[in-house]
Ligand binder design. Structure first.
Ligand code: 1CP
Length: 355
């Protein structure tokens, strides 16, 4: 019994479930204190610490789902693409993959043993959650992971990524296939370890237009969603380009994650032309850096617009920013719970107990 999982399946719920992307992270003083003592990858490799930070976020915020603490880039190691998190610049890939020859050295069938610490983190977090809320597993989508592998780190223009895609479709598809095969194994293993929902982050796919998405990305996404089937609900999230959403929806996913660049209800109506679908989103994360009143008013407005429609999971349009204040994030979650009942009179008033 979970309000979050019910909403993923489009079933009626007594209030709107909410979780926050990156709910465990640098905006929390407790997280920063742990990171003073251990490196980011050391944290990811410690199931006990991963559970501690994931469960703390649930307890502090009273959100309706936990997300395993890890990163989308950990799958690069078994793919044979070495990387590190530098102190300020984010991820650095030692030898970026730029040519067909480079693609050949990416591993075809990954050894899951290299990621056993993620499955251990899932098992430990599940045990520590003791059934309070479901646990979400996750991975990056092939385009987003390919962009790091090819650029060698974060990027603005995706110059090298698009160059490979446009100039050598064979090498591009071979790389996308290797990443997709790895993700199918990895995500199924997360379900086997106890993940009750998955989110696939295609954070940077908005760099593409619809025709290139359909040609170079969608077939790979379709294969991944097909291989995962209906074992658990899967949230398909991307940012940056609302024009891609109908094509992302056709690629697959039980829930489509919307960022703040689109109108939630308008987009939901558009997506439902293909049949019922749940949606997640989509408050602008920068509202958490403005006034508390603006934040809560906008959250309430969104809930009024949605009016208790089945299949809405409240979230930000993208991850919570490090400058957000934990008290504001908690106030947002409380307001979503409370206003989702108040603005939808048809719902029985069964609010979650306050932690
Ligand atoms: O300094 C630190 O402690 C590291 C900051 C940090 C954190 C807290 C990174 C580095 N990753 C994470 C955890 C993380 N990353 C989670 C679990 C936390 C939670 O949600 O509660 C998740 C789901 C991610 C996913 C992730 N990592 C994404 C997709 C989500 C998104 O924001 O679009 C991406 C793109 C990454 C890459 C990444 N991880 C970290 C950095 C610095 C980056 C690079 C970002 C960039 O390219 O700009």
């Amino acid at each position: 019994m979970s309000v979050f999982l019910d909403a993923c399946r489009g079933e009626p719920t007594s209030f709107t479930p909410v979780w926050i992307m990156r709910q465990a992270g640098r905006y929390q003083p407790e997280y920063r204190a742990i990171r003073e003592k251990v490196g980011f990858m050391e944290l990811c490799r410690s199931p006990a610490l991963c559970s501690e930070v994931a469960v703390r976020a649930v307890e502090q915020l009273n959100v309706d789902a936990a997300i395993v603490f890890s990163d989308i880039l950990v799958v690069l190691e078994p793919l044979g693409v070495g990387f590190e998190f530098t102190k300020d610049d984010g991820p650095r890939i030692a030898q970026p993959v730029r040519t067909a020859k480079d693609v050949d050295r990416v591993v075809s069938e990954i050894e899951l043993g290299a990621l056993s610490y993620v499955m251990d983190a899932i098992r430990t977090t599940k045990k520590d959650l003791a059934g309070r809320v479901p646990l979400i597993g996750f991975a990056g989508a092939p385009f987003t992971l390919a962009s790091y592998i090819i650029e060698g780190g974060s990027s603005r223009e995706y110059h090298n990524t698009k160059s490979l895609m446009f100039s050598d479709a064979g090498a591009w598809n071979a790389l996308m296939r290797k990443i997709s095969d790895a993700l199918i194994r990895y995500l199924n293993a997360q379900i086997d370890a106890g993940a009750e929902c998955l989110q696939i982050f295609d954070s940077w796919v908005g760099a593409l237009g619809p025709s290139d998405y359909v040609r170079y990305v969608q077939p790979h996404m379709q294969r991944i969603f097909g291989a995962l089937g209906d074992r658990v609900p899967v949230i398909h999230f991307g940012t940056g380009n609302p024009a891609l959403l109908p094509y992302m929806r056709r690629a697959g996913g039980h829930v489509i994650g919307l960022d703040h660049r689109c109108d939630l209800v308008e987009t939901w109506n558009l997506l439902e032309k293909d049949g019922p679908i749940a949606v997640q989103g989509n408050l602008d994360p920068v509202l958490l850096l403005s006034s508390r009143k603006a934040l809560l008013d906008r959250a309430e407005q969104l809930l009024e617009d949605v009016a208790g429609r089945r299949g809405h999971i409240f979230n930000l349009g993208h991850g919570v920013l490090p400058a957000a204040k934990p008290d504001d994030v908690r106030a947002l979650v409380d307001r979503v719970h409370e206003a989702s009942v108040r603005t939808s009179p048809a719902r029985p008033s069964l609010l979650p107990t306050k932690a």
